[in-house]
Design a protein around this ligand. Structure first.
Ligand code: FAD
Length: 214
């Protein structure tokens, strides 16, 4: 989709400094969990663009992105102030590191990368597939969706150290097989930690689907 002005359907706080923004899907829009869209903003300093990963299991009617906001930042303040009925300029989707029906899906997430993780796990469940989420966090967000995934039988580990991250990846690969499809979503320091954890657990980083947020 080329740049289009879409309507915000809902904005919900899902944890500390994090909002889930639900946007009305235009006709014919398709995107997979793990792909990302570009949001364009007009700020006092001129046009700014940011990428946000789809955090809904599908895009029927609406799609969602999970955004870590810094209210001191111009774009962060704009995102923090969004509400239903507002318009946002969106293009995409972009990216090849998305869920494509793999079974099982082992998803490693840090920071706002948890949006992709919950979306992939929900989509895998809907497809009758298995998913494991390893979410490195000191202050986890999306608590309700994580609780619902656990309730549905998905293993969700929330390690708060890099050592615990390696142990959790090791458990997931031991249980589901070292050839399980791995997905990694988050900022560069997390991607580095996740890559080290996969190697430490004897997993394959070359076949992992990795989206580095910068
Ligand atoms: C493919 C892709 C997908 C993305 N998906 C999401 C998403 O789903 N949700 C989301 O909130 N953001 C996502 N981002 C990041 C987002 O687009 C912005 O780049 C990010 O919010 C940083 O904004 P900024 O450019 O103002 O950098 P600043 O806020 O000025 O930050 C400067 C640098 O600090 C680092 N940084 C910023 N925040 C963090 C953090 N929390 N942890 C570690 N390092 C950090 C980054 O390297 C960044 O470039 C994605 C980025 C990419 C490239």
């Amino acid at each position: 989709m080329d740049e289009a002005d879409l309507t915000v359907a809902a904005v919900e706080s899902v944890g500390t400094d994090t909002v889930a923004v639900e946007v009305e899907s235009p006709p014919g829009f398709t995107a997979q969990p793990g792909q990302f869209v570009k949001l364009a903003f007009e700020t006092a300093d001129g046009p700014e663009a940011r990428f946000y990963t789809v955090s809904s299991p599908d895009v029927e009617g609406t799609f969602e992105v999970t955004v870590e906001v810094d209210p001191r930042d111009d774009v962060g303040a704009l995102l923090d102030g969004l509400s239903a009925g507002d318009s946002v300029r969106v293009s995409g989707p972009f990216g090849r590191n998305y869920y494509d029906g793999e079974d099982p899906a082992v998803v490693l997430a840090g920071g706002p990368g948890v949006g992709a993780a919950v979306a992939i796990a929900e989509r895998a469940l809907a497809d009758g597939h298995e998913a494991v989420v390893v979410y490195r966090a000191d202050d986890p967000v999306h608590a309700e969706r994580i609780a619902a995934l656990r309730e549905a039988g998905v293993t969700v580990a929330v390690p708060d150290t890099d050592a615990a991250l390696t142990a959790a990846v090791g458990s997931a690969l031991a249980e589901h097989g070292r050839d399980s499809q791995l997905f990694v979503y988050g900022f560069a320091p997390f991607v580095d930690a996740a890559t080290a954890a996969i190697e430490g657990a004897g997993g394959r980083t070359d076949a992992a689907k990795v989206e580095n947020f910068g």
